[in-house]
Write a protein that binds this ligand. Structure first.
Ligand code: URA
Length: 235
């Protein structure tokens, strides 16, 4: 792989910036100056350092975002704020997109990646990847709510897969577990119970938990362990 491609894949430098950095001696290959960024390297055996920091090559990027309310789950929108706007330039250059949608007013765990195959797998209805949501409702949930969730709620003629419902003692909120993702699913499930969602936050996705230290609108890279957890859904 060419050195400039290596650098632009990591998102740290564009190809042009990599060429400039190499000229300035800020980018080194195994500690030596780089005559040309068109040089091919083997990232397994050789080390690139940028301003003294060794760069780890990753074919794909995986980011956890704590989505704030008001943002659409998209990479572009003419009128509304969209989630990739919350990322700095280096990350925006990497062609990241949200793995699955959250409604504009839903907050919490969103995975952004450029790994199309993994995203496709995680979202496929065939694979039943689990997601948990913390919610608050307008009024206490009816006495039959747990049973109806477990049996499969009917929303507009569609029978949902069995879902988990763990209610707080006041029955005004709790945690819902889904293994599918229909349009406005939780809101429609609550409507079917003659109730209304007033707050919705995704707290887990395929074994990954929302990092409580991330402020709304904040992001961080997934750890290697978290990427492995996500990929284990593929087994
Ligand atoms: N269900 C909803 O209704 N909205 C979301 O954003 C996610 C699940």
């Amino acid at each position: 792989m060419r050195i400039d491609k290596f650098m632009s894949d990591t998102g740290i430098l564009s190809r042009k910036e990599a060429a400039l950095a190499a000229k300035r001696g800020e980018l080194l290959l195994d500690g030596e100056k780089i005559p040309s960024v068109s040089l091919h390297i083997d990232p397994e055996k050789q080390t690139i350092t940028y301003r003294g920091t060794p760069i780890v090559y990753r074919a794909f990027t995986y980011i956890m975002l704590n989505k704030p309310a008001g943002y659409v789950s998209a990479t572009d929108d003419k009128n509304l704020p969209y989630v990739t706007e919350l990322l700095p330039e280096a990350e925006r250059r990497q062609g990241l997109f949200p793995a699955g949608r959250l409604d504009r007013d839903t907050v919490g765990l969103m995975i952004l990646t450029n790994d199309g195959a993994l995203s496709h797998y995680l979202l496929s209805p065939k694979h039943h990847v689990e997601k948990k949501y913390r919610f608050e409702a307008e009024k206490p949930l009816s006495a039959d709510a747990e049973v109806r969730f477990a049996e499969g709620m009917k929303i507009d003629g569609y029978v949902c897969k069995s879902a988990g419902l763990c209610l707080n003692p006041d029955r005004l909120g709790g945690v819902i577990t889904l293994t599918e993702g229909k349009y406005h699913q939780i809101k429609r499930m609550l409507e079917a119970l003659d109730n209304k969602i007033t707050f919705l936050e995704r707290i887990t996705f395929g074994g990954i938990q929302l990092d409580e230290t991330l402020p709304r609108g904040g992001f961080r890279y997934l750890t290697d362990e978290e990427v492995t957890l996500l990929k284990n859904n593929q087994i």
